[in-house]
Ligand binder design. Structure first.
Ligand code: GRG
Length: 289
């Protein structure tokens, strides 16, 4: 069973890599070189795989979904480039290689991030609409913009930068993580289903599923960072696992993953693949979906 799911995800990952390469080809310029470096240098492709899995569960074709899946991955990569900049998290490495600004300099990295964000919306604008429904396509693009924008990921990033890591209120953390990390994950789960014309009850279920999956994703990242923050000498980011301790954090991680599964069940979404995303975030699992 797991082997089938893994091979489904591997197949989809290969299609994604090809499509991302296509969208980032054909232009020979330093900005495109930096964009290609950032996007094509690895990454789990968690969000676009989620969009494909949710869309295909409700009957959409891979051909229809791929441009939107690539768009969400480009938005994610823009956020990573900008997050690594000295004025943000100041990271020299990303995915085991020099971060984009370390390789190309800050100006080009900033522009590469801007380029990826705008290209994502260019791709969606040019993509075929599901069942020729331009309204539905506009809604998907608008929801992505909201998740990534100044009420979503950008707001979450600001909350992250401005919260006091030593005086972290769990409710404030949840608000920050819901916007900064869970927003793009939630909108990926929802967009696939929307493009497939899924019923509103299913969309509501996927909103909840995506939120808890995304919160779990951030908490898992926090757990992995535990113990590493002292060694780097960098300013410590807000980290709930650091405040709650490992064992309470593991319990909370389990609770959020159970809520994600409950959301699927309550809305009668019986998808092995979507449940597989939950299982992959369970403590002790390789974070390699
Ligand atoms: C700059 C507007 C702006 C937002 C930045 C993404 C982000 C917001 C900050 C990254 C901070 C961080 C380490 C968050 C933890 C969760 C996370 C997004 C990890 C990186 O995503 P993965 O694990 O990365 O999906 P890959 O490399 O697999 O694509």
């Amino acid at each position: 069973m797991n082997i089938d799911l893994e091979s489904y995800l591997d197949r989809k990952r290969k299609r994604l890599e090809k499509a991302l390469d296509y969208y980032l080809s054909g232009e020979d310029s330093p900005v495109f070189e930096a964009m290609r470096y950032a996007v094509l240098g690895g990454g789990k492709r968690f969000r676009p795989l989620l969009l494909l899995a949710s869309g295909e569960h409700f009957g959409a074709t891979e051909e229809l979904l791929l441009p939107y899946a690539c768009a969400v991955e480009l938005i994610h990569n823009y956020s990573l480039i900008h997050d690594d900049l000295p004025s943000m998290d100041d990271d020299d490495f990303r995915r085991g290689r020099p971060s984009c600004h370390k390789k190309f300099g800050e100006a080009l990295a900033l522009l590469a991030g801007d380029g990826l964000l705008t290209l994502a919306f260019e791709i969606m604008a040019a993509a075929p609409a599901p069942a020729n429904d331009q309204g539905l396509k506009a809604r998907v693009a608008a929801e992505m913009a909201m998740a990534a924008g100044p009420r979503g990921m950008i707001a979450g990033q600001w909350l992250d930068i401005n919260s006091n890591p030593d005086n972290l209120d769990p409710a404030a953390y949840q608000e920050m993580a819901a916007r900064k990390t869970a927003g793009l994950i939630r909108v990926s789960a929802v967009s696939g289903a929307r493009l497939a014309g899924a019923p509103e009850a299913a969309i509501q279920g996927l909103e909840k599923f995506g939120l808890y999956l995304g919160l779990a994703f951030q908490l898992r990242d926090d757990l992995q960072d535990l113990g590493q923050d002292q060694a780097t000498g960098k300013a410590i980011r807000p980290n709930l696992a650091r405040i709650l301790g490992r064992s309470t954090s593991l319990e909370l991680l389990e609770t959020w993953l159970e809520r994600a599964q409950q959301a699927l069940e309550e809305s009668h979404i019986n998808s092995d693949i979507l449940s597989f995303f939950i299982r992959h975030l369970q403590p002790g699992r390789e974070n390699s979906t």
